[in-house]
Design a protein around this ligand. Sequence first.
Ligand SMILES: [Zn+2]
Length: 486
Amino acid sequence: MPPRPAEMTPSERRRGMRRRTSPAARVAARVAALLAAGALAGASLPAQARKGPPIIRDAEIEQLLKEYAQPILRVAGLTRQNIQVVIVNDSSFNAFVADGRRIFINAGALLDADTPNQVIGVLAHEAGHIAGGHLARLHERLASASTQSAVAMVIGLGALVAASRSGGGNYSALGQGGMAALAGPNAAVQNSVFAYMRAQEEQADRAGVRFLTASGQSAKGMYVTFKRMANQGLYQARNINPYLQTHPMPGERVAALEGMAKASPYWNAKDPPELQARHDLMGAKLFGFLASPAAVARRFPPSNNSLQAQYARAISVVRFGQPQAAQARVEALIHAQPQNPYFHELKGQMLLESGHPAEAIAPLREAVALAPNPALIQIMLGQALVASHDHAHLDEAVKVLQSALTRDPESADAFTQLAMAYGQKNDLAHADLASAEAAWARDDLKTASEIAARAKTRFPIGSPGWVRADDLSNYKPPPRQPSAKW
Ligand SMILES: [Zn+2]
């Protein structure tokens, strides 16, 4: 599925609704929100216009990042945690972990990376934070910290250094709240936080290089990326780089990383050409979806006949051009790579979004059959089947949506389509239950509870549907954990 902003997972959203435990946690949450706002303010690619947290869900990119992360997570001993790589719709460079379950990486970081190895290096560093238990320890510190030192810790060394370098004056992108917070912590607290964060960054670098070496990969991409960051930090002290806020890059850290990376026997190892080709397609796709047609035409002029250039141009025409022109370009992609699931998916999406759901069904079925993890494509297929308003399609719609939910159990979109499919089948009990699940997945707990109470009256008492409706109608949110980016 082409990138589109989707909601955060329900657990992510639910955390925001829980009662908060301490002033430090409250401040930490506020500062995390400020940091997020600062990162968004720096975005220059046109964000796709829809409300909600700026997460990109896309079957092709998620699959690729999963394959990038797998060897690292395996040697890091993290396979059992089922860690997801989540793509943030933001054109600045950033990557961070906010809990032990997810590594967040900005679209900007993916677009900046020339090779898979550069992305894998960033993932290896972030995996180093998770494997080192850095977040758990940060949370312990936050729980016992005063309000102001909690602010200092969450904002991180980079921002504080920038503020002190510029006389505390003009680190404006953090906004008023950030400015006030920066004026607060005393020097002793700052120094202990500096030392603490610097030590963790160096640990994460060391762990990252170890993971790369143990999985037979070069740390060159990690070194090249962090060196570029360090140079940007030197020349753009007043420019917000969210990665530098949480990842200070003093010269000695980059030098230490260079030493470790060059000591590896895999320093000159290259990414497999097949992986590089998929990486190039990923970059073209993100650019095609996120950039303006003029920017796409500049980066991928008609003289560039590579598959990635064709992909970016096709996506741009699907988004902004005439339907006939779009169709021809998408067909050319399929002709070039008939076994590429995501080209069939693009065709299905184009037909669905231009008001031809019945014609979207065949290409989406093809994409589902070809994709290694088709959950997101199954949801789109379910949508096409429901929107075709053909009763012969409803059983298939229920089946593919339920299949998608086994892999992506918190998808509000899947539950919404499922509710419509059941509604068209006149199965009102399951339609209500699916609507309640959709509201739950959107973190609208009040609506979820109300619809679930109605669903309960439609099921036989004690049946599985009744039990689930009963759970949803009686849910009480648990207390909140503090959260921070790292
Ligand atoms: Zn780090």
